[in-house]
Write a protein that binds this ligand. Structure first.
Ligand code: HEM
Length: 515
């Protein structure tokens, strides 16, 4: 009968009016099953398509059919070793995810990152938003916006119109030396891993905010910054694998899990300090300072941009330099011959003040070799930092890479290539920088520089990091002797893009100069 009204069943909200010939109702369970089937079918078909897009690249089986290999690797804190092994086993461009490749070819990295490149930052960088609601220079993927931001900060980072970068670093070194002297005098073991991080956090907050946070002075994890960032870093890396998580985390339900300026401790507390510092600088009667932030503002950085960039300075400028100091110190303290040569060079050097100046340190060849070798053997940032292939695709050494593919690089693998560093590439040997032909040294230096990325995305803080390194080793080793407490397991290491190295227990005593 035409026009018959179908009877509603309580378990059948989805009713099909068949016009009276027959009626079929679909239960809620059927609907969910149908939706799930659609999702699974879509997932499988898109995975199959993705698999075929990059099937000419070899990699671990799981990485060819899903992103689970990549997820497990970055979440496990040892991705730097996994990426290295992948390039060794599967070739110079290896597949590590459905849409992810990793390379150990320095020429390819330069091709991807040069200033005229058509490659762009990939969705990997969405994970770099330290403040989930706004971008910073590192997380900005739009190239026009990124170049504009960089140009506002280039002078400040290069120290061109800033008066006090070196004196501020010197003050923080003095405070750091006082702290270590207390441990030496009380014969207490010291976790050098943590104390170095206190030092780099104070340096960077002094440069970025105008005053050190006070980690070294109080000898504590101020605002529990280190504790909370170590807890949150794995999540940051997971977002680099699954960028859609960021949208989920920003949803009203999950937003509470993210740091906020209302927090009393952790990264949220640092966000609120950054907000206050920026607000102070934008008051109508604000003083005209001569520090980095003032330089950024003079070159057009807005108040909101300033808040984000202060946070980026802290996040990008502390763990990186800390990792370089910790790993080089561990290598030196485990190689008495190297330590002896460096001490001899320092003893003969012309050092005018109580802290060596950057220009004095640059004239010490063995020190420079130690710094380079330390950065090579333990590059501080080992995340993929993937760039996206331009839409039309690209051909590298005869192999086609489809547009939209994310290509990252394994800096750990690059700094261990035997064709560049020699058969003893795994050894910490500063002499490799000194007794080598100039052309070879040039090749080594330009390859090592990739630890700071390259071209369009070259690290803005490179100069500051190198000033810190030029000073800190000289001051540490001329004042103190260090003995590693547990040489068989000297530290605890995790990598979540940057390294967390703690429990580096040392016994510290004063040298004659340190008395
Ligand atoms: C040894 C220490 C350091 C290393 C190895 C290092 C390495 C890097 C790398 C690999 C990048 C990523 C570039 C890319 O997207 O491809 C980067 C970006 C950046 N770094 Fe560093 N960094 C160090 C120290 C510092 C310091 C001390 C600061 C701040 C004072 C800093 C500030 C920045 C900034 C602002 C960016 C973003 C640049 C941009 O997006 O254009 N870095 N760094």
């Amino acid at each position: 009968m035409l026009g018959r009204t179908a009877q509603l069943r309580y378990d059948a909200p989805f009713l099909i009016d068949t016009g009276g010939y027959s009626s079929h109702s679909v239960s809620l369970a059927d609907a969910i099953l149908f939706a799930l089937t659609v999702v699974v079918a879509w997932f499988i078909s898109s995975s199959v398509c993705q698999y075929f897009r990059l099937r000419h690249f070899d990699g671990p089986l799981l990485a060819k059919v899903s992103n689970l290999w990549l997820f497990a690797s970055v979440n496990g804190g040892r991705s730097y070793l996994d990426f290295w092994q992948a390039t060794q086993k599967y070739g110079t461009i290896a597949r590590v995810g459905l849409n992810d490749l990793v390379t150990d070819d320095p020429a390819f990295v330069k091709h991807m990152c040069n200033v005229k490149t058509e490659y762009r930052r990939s969705s990997w960088y969405d994970g770099m938003r330290f403040n989930p609601t706004s971008n910073n220079c590192l997380s900005t993927r739009d190239e026009i916006a990124h170049s504009a931001l960089r140009s506002k900060m280039a002078a400040g980072y290069a120290g061109r119109d800033v008066d006090n970068i070196e004196p501020k670093i010197d003050n923080n070194i003095r405070e750091f030396m006082r702290l270590l002297a207390r441990y030496a005098d009380t014969r207490t073991f010291v976790d050098l891993g943590r104390k170095v991080q206190y030092f780099t956090l104070d340096v960077i907050s002094d440069i970025a905010y105008g005053a050190p946070f006070g980690f070294v002075e109080t000898d504590t994890d101020v605002y529990e910054y280190i504790k909370t960032t170590e807890k949150n870093l794995p999540m940051v890396m997971v977002v680099t694998v699954f960028p859609w998580l960021l949208t989920l985390l920003n949803s009203p339900i999950l937003k509470g899990l993210l740091p906020s300026t209302k927090d009393r401790l952790g990264f949220g507390r640092i966000m609120s300090i950054a907000k206050d510092v920026a607000a102070e600088r934008f008051k109508p009667d604000a003083k005209d300072e001569r520090d980095m932030l003032a330089s950024f503002i003079r070159h057009g950085l807005t108040q909101t941009e300033s808040e984000s960039e202060i946070l980026l300075q802290i996040a990008a400028g502390s763990d990186t330099t800390a990792s370089a100091i910790r790993s080089t110190m561990l290598q030196m303290c485990s190689n008495p011959g190297i330590l002896y040569k460096l001490r001899r060079e320092i003893a003969c050097a012309d050092i005018a003040g109580d802290i060596i100046s950057d220009s004095e340190a640059r004239k010490l060849p063995y020190l420079q070799a130690v710094i380079k070798e330390g950065l090579r053997i333990f590059p501080p940032i080992a995340g993929l930092m993937s760039k996206e292939v331009p839409p039309q695709g690209d051909i590298w050494k005869g192999v086609f890479i489809p547009g939209g593919t994310r290509v990252g690089y394994s800096i750990w693998a690059i700094t261990r290539r035997e064709d560049i560093w020699g058969a003893d590439a795994l050894e910490f040997r500063p002499e490799r920088w000194l007794h080598t032909l100039p052309e070879k040294v040039k090749e080594m230096e330009s390859t090592l520089d990739l630890i700071f990325s390259y071209g369009r995305w070259l690290c803005l803080g490179r100069t500051i990091a190198l000033i810190e390194l030029n000073k800190v080793f000289v001051e540490l080793i001329r004042r103190f002797d260090f003995t590693v407490c547990h040489p068989e397991k000297p530290w605890k290491v995790f990598n979540h893009g940057v390294f967390s190295q703690s429990q580096l227990w040392m016994h510290v005593t004063r040298t004659k100069e340190g008395d």
